[in-house]
Design a binder for this molecule. Structure first.
Ligand code: DGJ
Length: 542
């Protein structure tokens, strides 16, 4: 099945949920493709998430909401990603308690923030710590995955039918509660279902039911679903798919264990998502812990929604709206690109906080991301006094928020680009072409000694009108030339201004020329501080 067909099938799934719940699709947050760019619509308008994910233990009390959320608003976030644990909302079987969540929703509203809920259900980072005690204590009813040696693990088995029933019921109760509490205001925008799920340990789950199913044939629907999606295969899946086979080993060769686990987790999460959407069909996504180079499945959670076997999820889980990478590895751009599949909005729910400012610029500019979220955002504080420096992500979010309406339109029109560079990047310069010009960026250096002035740099480039560009960024020197693919004219800088924007009003803080533009030859962004520049270029025949 192609991506187009996948979008159609998700839309159909959505319609079915909507007709069951009686809620109008257009009234709830949802995704829409605009000119090939995926957008999140909230109250009917495109919305860019300037997000941050809280630490795992930061959202367990109402008092934490009161302490943390005002700070998040001052950091210029518009959305906070917060855990909601199964054990917290269902401490006793079928007795639900949403008081803490309700307090967070109320507090978020007070500070004009949105929330994305992270449903820590049967799995959080492969393990099952967040399942309620009554689940964890009853291994017979809620079976555990087993190791190669037959030892039960702290990981619920994907073959626990009672576990799936119980979790679906809890998730359904959560979504029904959200519908009651939040349908009008829509403080909660999306829900992440599970967290970095997958099996940790060599091979696969060896519980008796897992062994029995692994010994049997691969389900026909899976083989057919994959065969129909062959055009979308990752190189890893393409190298391992033999639809003529029957057993898992015959069909998937040495990837059999991992694809088997992928099929289990995907099937499970589809059921949970469907149960939730029947009550309240918000967009729902799953996040992946990404394999690091040379890591074997089981060293990273095997069966999670990482790019190698994502086609399995797409074949069996049409109700999932979005697949999202948690990017802690240095190759940020590479991992984003692996999720740039048609019909998949780019949403980064977790990113390493140190490099977040520059990666955010890349995500919004190059990948048209609908949202970006450094992990552990509550570890940051706005400056105590105006003389103190602001955290760089706060500067990025302030700039993005000023340009939000322009950015949304430009993303959909293909008029944005992004660059990120680090001192240890494999290439010292990087070029992007936009609006008839080539922009060649390299990290800022002292003109006299050539030493680096910044170890990290990045920019979001936006074509605001012909020959006029906005650059949000820091740490880069950018040279501009005419794109030889456009014509043979030469290009020059007409003007560079440092600007800011509030509403429709622009403030020009400086006009940069002379030493500040290397005598009109380049844009020198500030080595440290994220700023917005308006660059006007001209083209002339020689
Ligand atoms: C990834 C997980 O998804 C988060 O919940 C958190 O545990 C971070 N890792 C910690 O680095």
């Amino acid at each position: 099945m192609t991506n187009m067909v996948r979008s159609a099938s998700s839309a159909l799934v959505c319609l079915i949920f909507l007709s069951v719940s009686g809620i109008q699709a257009a009234d709830l947050p949802h995704f829409r493709a605009e000119n090939g760019a995926e957008q999140l619509l909230v109250h009917g308008k495109p919305f860019l998430i300037r997000g941050g994910e809280l630490g795992n233990s930061s959202a367990g009390t109402p008092e934490q909401a009161d302490a943390i959320l005002p700070v998040m608003a001052r950091l210029h976030l518009n959305t906070v990603l917060m855990p909601v644990a199964w054990e917290q909302v269902e401490p006793k079987e079928e007795i639900f308690d949403f008081n803490i969540l309700d307090h967070w929703i109320d507090a978020a509203r007070q500070h004009r923030l949105h929330l994305v809920l992270l449903w820590f259900g049967s799995w959080k980072n492969a393990f099952s710590e967040y399942a309620p005690e009554w689940v964890k204590a009853d291994e017979k009813r809620f079976p555990r995955a087993q190791s190669v040696h037959g030892v039960p693990l702290e990981i619920l088995s994907t073959f626990g039918t009672e576990t799936l029933r119980a979790e679906s019921l809890a998730f359904r109760a959560l979504m029904a509660h959200l519908r009651e509490k939040d349908q009008e205001e829509q403080t909660v925008l999306m829900v992440q279902v599970e967290n970095e799920m997958g099996y940790l340990g060599p091979g696969r789950d060896r519980s008796p039911e897992a062994d029995r199913q692994f010994a049997g044939p691969v389900p026909r629907e899976l083989v057919e679903g994959l065969t129909a999606r062959r055009a979308d295969f990752s190189p890893e899946l393409a190298a391992h798919f033999n639809p003529q086979g029957s057993t898992w080993r015959e069909v998937f060769g040495e990837a059999a264990n991992e694809v088997f686990m992928t099929w289990r987790y995907a099937t499970w999460v589809e059921s949970v998502v469907q149960a939730g959407k029947r009550e309240y069909p918000l967009p729902m996504y799953v996040n992946a812990q990404l394999p690091s180079p040379m890591e074997r499945p089981g060293e990273y959670p095997s069966g999670g929604p990482h790019p190698y076997y994502l086609a399995v999820y797409r074949a069996v889980a049409p109700a999932i709206d979005c697949y999202s990478p948690d990017i802690y590895w240095p190759e940020f751009e590479y991992w984003v690109k692996r999720y740039e599949m048609r019909g998949n909005p780019i949403f980064i729910p977790e990113a390493k906080i140190d490099s977040a400012p520059w990666n955010a610029l890349y995500a919004y500019g190059a990948a048209k991301a609908i949202g970006f979220c450094p992990f552990g955002i509550d570890s940051l504080q706005p400056p105590a006094s105006p003389a103190d420096p602001e955290p760089a992500i706060m500067q990025v979010y302030a700039a993005i928020s000023g340009l939000e309406d322009m950015l949304i339109v430009a993303q959909a029109a293909g008029r944005t680009r992004g660059v990120v560079l680090h001192a240890n990047s494999p290439r010292a310069t990087q070029s992007v072409a936009l609006g008839g010009y080539v922009f060649e960026a390299s990290l800022s250096r002292a003109w006299s000694t050539g030493t680096l002035l910044a170890n990290d740099g990045g920019m979001l480039l936006l074509e605001s009108q012909p020959d006029e560009f906005l650059v949000v960024g820091s740490g880069l020197t950018v040279k501009m030339s005419r794109d030889p693919d456009s014509d043979t004219r030469m290009a020059g800088i007409a003007s560079i201004e440092e600007v800011s924007r509030a509403g429709a009003g622009w403030t020009i803080t400086a006009r940069l020329n002379g030493d500040q533009s290397n005598q009109g030859r380049q844009l020198n962004t500030d080595p440290k501080k994220i700023r917005t520049y308006r660059v006007r270029l001209y083209s002339a025949f020689q």
